[in-house]
Design a binder for this molecule. Structure first.
Ligand code: GDP
Ligand code: MG
Length: 555
């Protein structure tokens, strides 16, 4: 393919984007794309506006981008913008573009600052842009504002994941330079889906705001946290520049000057800045499309076949036909059954490729959770020290004759508190799997996109509500165990038995290949914890989520 032909690849995929969004989200084809991710105020909007050379994105505090914005940049001789939802209307006033994005966002999300994963598609033709398609996503946030749903953080995360988990998606991870790279939300998310850093491109903004005497040379030379596609530094307009209506061409000139005059960046000035970033992205997206084209083509063909089949079914359908309502009801009913089957297990359509639904939850409880508990190692020396301090502190100025109960309690309680982390993590993992399962089940509703979205929303909300209750319950159980230690319990077996059991388990351990870690022996869900000094033995029994201290012996 000649260079000219290569340059046409992006517009070609753009046309596919349009075609698919015109027929609803149902065609979830894996189109090659670039998603822009980053924390709030990382500078995502600024980077996009610099590409276009115009101010056109909504600004403000809080979550401004609340729907994905598919931004198609097309190199052309005249400049105008056009929304897919108002096709044919060429807008030349970019303030109007901003207002339309705001209106269109609110139209779907309501004015209460909720979010929606239905994209807005905007095409900008301009002599100043290179062919490029980017998806602007909501910034990663932590705290809900106003009447935003309390789980807004998860919702945003889920939405970003929907886009970046696809192998075909390049991830533009935007991180401000005046923040530690290790804390970058964008890089953390990217790492989850692209652990090798194969399809992540790092963008470092706010280089002008770094503390005097520090610079990002190591990062930009791709030495600190290497990515295969490297990092590019940019300097966008500051808030003051924007308020002072500094225009973008002046800002780009200032950016260039910044790199040329900075001693840490001068040697790589030609590989820094917005115009360079634009060129690199154009190149990488084109290459990416070229590389994925064959797989993409066959995927398209498969989809075509199945759509043809589906179309056949609808050929004789009348949209006002009451049977359509019946069909929707039936689908909902099936959704319920399907979900139950996936959780409870069933003989039909058994997946042989990977664990899913109930089987995965089972594994979380029986493998992941115990593993998390075993991981909860403790330092024996530290524990010895703690025990001895606890005893001394309880005796006070007296030199005690007997070892006090209180010391035992204090130490045991400290160990029990440590269970909170793994238990909550277990709940998190189960919830994640439930939500994935819901998504898989709603797949069958794809011929009714609104019904699907609404079903997913309601069921997910319900799961989140339950999640909160489950976590409260888990914490309560642990509180209960903490508040009273019952040495009268039937499991209280005395020192001799505990020791005998320990001997047995050590024998078993040496016979089989049981893992022994720093004083923890884990056999058949029973963990024997040897508390350093000879005086203290206690036994913890695991019964799924409820733990209790069941044994206390001393000499
Ligand atoms: P977004 O939330 O990621 O879209 O971030 P914005 O692009 O809206 O930027 C947030 C704030 O940071 C704005 O006030 C920008 O003017 C400012 N900002 C972004 N990039 C830079 C930069 O490179 N240098 C300076 N000084 N300010 C920047
Ligand atoms: Mg923004």
């Amino acid at each position: 393919m000649g260079n000219r032909g290569m340059q046409d690849l992006i517009p070609l995929v753009n046309r596919l984007h349009d075609a698919f969004s015109a027929i609803g989200q149902s065609c979830n084809l894996d189109l090659p794309q670039i998603a822009v991710v980053g924390g709030q105020s990382a500078g995502k909007s600024s980077v996009l506006e610099n590409f276009v050379g115009r101010d056109f994105l909504p600004r403000g505090s809080g979550i401004v981008t609340r729907r994905p914005l598919v931004l198609q940049l097309i190199n052309a001789t005249t400049e105008y913008a056009e929304f897919l939802h108002c096709k044919g209307k060429k807008i030349t006033n970019f303030d109007e573009v901003r207002r339309e994005i705001e209106t269109e966002t609110d139209r779907v999300t309501g004015a209460n600052k909720g979010i929606s994963s239905i994209p807005i598609s905007l095409r900008v033709c301009s002599p100043n842009v290179l062919n490029l398609t980017l998806i602007d996503l909501p910034g990663i946030t932590k705290v809900p504002v106003g009447d935003q749903p309390p789980d807004i953080e998860y919702q945003i995360r889920d939405m970003i994941m929907q886009f970046i988990c696809r192998e075909n998606c390049l991830i533009l991870a935007v991180t401000p330079a005046n923040m530690d790279l290790a804390n970058s939300d964008a890089l953390k998310l990217a790492k989850d889906v692209d652990p090798q850093g194969q399809r992540t491109i790092g963008v470092i903004t706010k280089l002008d705001l770094m503390d005097e005497g520090t610079d990002a040379k190591d990062v930009l030379e791709n030495r600190l946290l290497p990515l295969r596609r490297g990092y590019i530094g940019v300097v966008n307009r500051s808030q003051k520049d924007i308020e002072g209506k500094k225009d973008i061409s002046a800002a780009l000139a200032a950016e260039r000057q910044f790199f040329l005059s900075h001693s840490a960046y001068r040697h790589m000035a030609d590989h820094m800045g917005t115009p360079y970033l634009q060129r690199v992205l154009n190149q990488q997206l084109t290459n990416h499309i070229r590389d994925t084209l064959p797989a993409f083509r066959s995927q398209l063909q498969t989809q075509l076949l199945s759509l043809d089949k589906e179309a056949e079914e609808y050929r004789h359908m009348n949209p006002d036909d009451p049977s359509r309502k019946t069909k929707a009801l039936m689908l909902i009913q099936h959704f319920g059954l399907d979900f139950e089957k996936r959780i409870e297990g069933s003989g039909d359509q058994v997946d042989t490729v990977e664990l899913s639904g109930g089987a995965k939850i089972n594994r979380i409880f029986h493998e992941r959770f115990p593993f998390e508990l075993v991981k909860m190692e403790f330092d024996e020396k530290e524990l010895r020290r703690e025990i001895s301090y606890a005893i001394k502190n309880i005796h006070g100025i007296r030199t005690g004759l007997f070892t006090p109960d209180l010391a035992f309690e204090a130490i045991v309680k400290k160990q029990i508190v440590k269970l909170k982390g793994p238990c909550l993590k277990c709940v998190d993992m189960v919830v994640q799997e439930l939500i994935t399962t819901v998504r898989q089940c709603t797949n069958k509703l794809r011929t009714f996109p609104m019904l699907r979205e609404e079903t997913e929303r309601i069921v997910t909300m319900y799961i989140r509500e339950r999640e909160r209750q489950a976590k409260d319950q888990v914490l309560l159980s642990i509180e209960i165990q903490l508040s009273y230690i019952n040495t009268n319990h039937e499991d209280f077996i005395g020192f001799a038995n505990a020791q005998q059991r320990n001997n047995q388990t050590s024998k078993k351990a040496s016979a089989g290949n049981q893992v022994i870690r720093k004083g923890w022996l884990t056999i058949n869900n029973i963990s024997l914890m040897k508390g350093g000094s000879k005086d203290y033995w206690f036994l913890l029994t695991a019964e799924s989520l409820s733990w209790r201290v069941s044994e206390k012996v001393w000499q």
